[in-house]
Ligand binder design. Structure first.
Ligand code: FAD
Length: 392
């Protein structure tokens, strides 16, 4: 490794955490690390919410406060400002999921547009984000992706989805923001990809404004990127890609098994890691055409990108390269990268407690199932607790 190992510096990593907050984070990760507890806790919480039991307060002071910035954007301001003092930007993520009707899609659109105006005034928020199924019915994306004919009503419905995408992309360009569009399950993603490509053709003519997401647990994504690159070259527009490993692995494998098709997921973790690193490499080799947002908590992949930047003589703060982590996770990566001058942004989820539950449950499960991730958080928090004790 030619890059110095910077992620061990817990003083920088946790500079924003008071002693009490450090203890709270330690306790939370300790709980999350107990798999049966997460399973029971998740089931009990879902039941309690459905039964309208007063559990919101408890959720708020535990997982919600750790993984979310607040209920609305104003609530998130203290977090945004504090992180920016340390050089870490915020991507406010309206994390309400599973909505199904037009009024809810319009309301999500209004919220995203409002955040983009909120961001326009703030240097700490150079990037916006949304989820395709926040703006349209999952089943509609799925049907279109399969190539099925749409009814007249469905065609009208799809036009409204296109128009929501268009409105947000235009706003991003007008407000001088970059716009990340998340990726979801593979069986709805084709229709989203096609629409995002249209948006890139229209809004990325001078620079990358619109970023699509590549989930590198999918073995077809590097080829897909190369084809998109060819298309962009032929038609003269820039590409922006957020690269992630992917958050829906179990669901993907289960569905493939149920419907008897080859799973789109790489055959093992090593294959996903290789795919992720090769894709990052491909983008860094073509930075003149493609911008990179590396959304990962994986230290090896992050070091690899840093190393390649160094070898190619790319400055740490090159505006075409961003690193991203989720709020409440991997502060050792975010704050140490920012300390060395790299561009870093954290997704800061927000929304009503009840509505962000699917997001919170994914985070709890992810931290339980990903071997090593919680252990790493715990060991760093514990190291920092000891360091502070010695300093007293
Ligand atoms: C800023 C940001 C934005 C994100 N946006 C999205 C998004 O739009 N869409 C989305 O789906 N996810 C998104 N994610 C989540 C992301 O996909 C991962 O779930 C999460 O970051 C964990 O992966 P990692 O790169 O941090 O590293 P690691 O912890 O090293 O990798 C864990 C990941 O590896 C893969 N994996 C694990 N085991 C296997 C196996 N046996 N075979 C194959 N692959 C395996 C899975 O994808 C798993 O999540 C985002 C994450 C961040 C930080």
């Amino acid at each position: 490794m030619i890059t110095e190992p910077i992620f061990e510096n817990t003083k920088i990593a946790f500079a924003l955490k008071s002693d009490v907050e450090l203890e709270r984070a330690f306790f939370l990760f300790k709980m999350i690390s107990i798999q049966p507890l997460v399973k029971i806790g998740t089931a009990a919480t879902n039941l309690a919410i459905k039964a309208n039991l007063p559990v919101e307060g408890l959720i708020r002071v535990t997982v919600f406060n750790h993984f979310c910035g607040g209920v609305n954007e104003e609530d998130c301001l203290p977090v945004i400002d504090k992180m920016y003092e340390k050089g870490v930007s915020s991507v406010l993520d309206y994390s309400v999921e599973g909505k199904e009707n037009e009024a809810e899609f319009d309301s999500a659109l209004t919220t995203v547009l409002r955040i983009m105006d909120f961001a326009k005034e703030r240097k700490a928020m150079p990037i916006a984000v949304f989820k395709p199924t926040g703006f349209g019915r999952f089943k509609l994306f799925e049907k279109l992706g399969r190539g099925d004919d749409l009814s007249k009503e469905e065609r009208d419905e799809w036009h409204r989805v296109e128009s929501r995408f268009e409105t947000v992309c235009k706003k991003a360009k007008d407000n001088g923001l970059a716009l990340l569009i998340d990726a979801e399950e593979s069986w709805m993603q084709d229709a989203a990809d096609e629409l995002v490509t249209k948006m890139m053709q229209k809004y990325n003519t001078e620079k990358a404004v619109v970023f699509n997401t590549l989930q590198l647990y999918r073995h077809d994504r590097l080829d897909y990127l190369k084809k998109q690159h060819e298309l962009a070259r032929q038609n003269g527009y820039y590409l922006g890609y957020k690269i992630v490993r992917g958050a829906y692995m179990e669901k993907e494998n289960e569905r493939a098994e149920e419907y008897k098709y080859e799973s789109p997921i790489c055959k093992n973790k090593f294959a996903t890691d290789t795919n992720f690193d090769q894709t990052a490499q491909y983008i860094l080799d073509h930075l003149e055409d493609i911008c990179l947002f590396a959304g990962t908590h994986n230290e090896d992949s992050t070091y690899l990108i840093m190393e390649q930047m160094k070898m190619k003589g790319i400055p740490n703060d090159d505006p075409r390269i961003w690193f991203g982590q989720l709020y409440g996770m991997s502060d050792h990566i975010s704050f140490n990268l920012a300390d060395k001058g790299y561009n870093v942004a954290k997704y800061v989820p927000f929304g009503p407690v009840k509505d962000v539950m699917p997001y919170l449950i994914r985070r709890a499960e992810e931290n339980t199932s990903v071997a090593g991730q919680t252990g790493r958080e715990l060991s760093l928090l514990s190291k920092e607790k000891k360091r502070r004790k010695l300093e007293e």
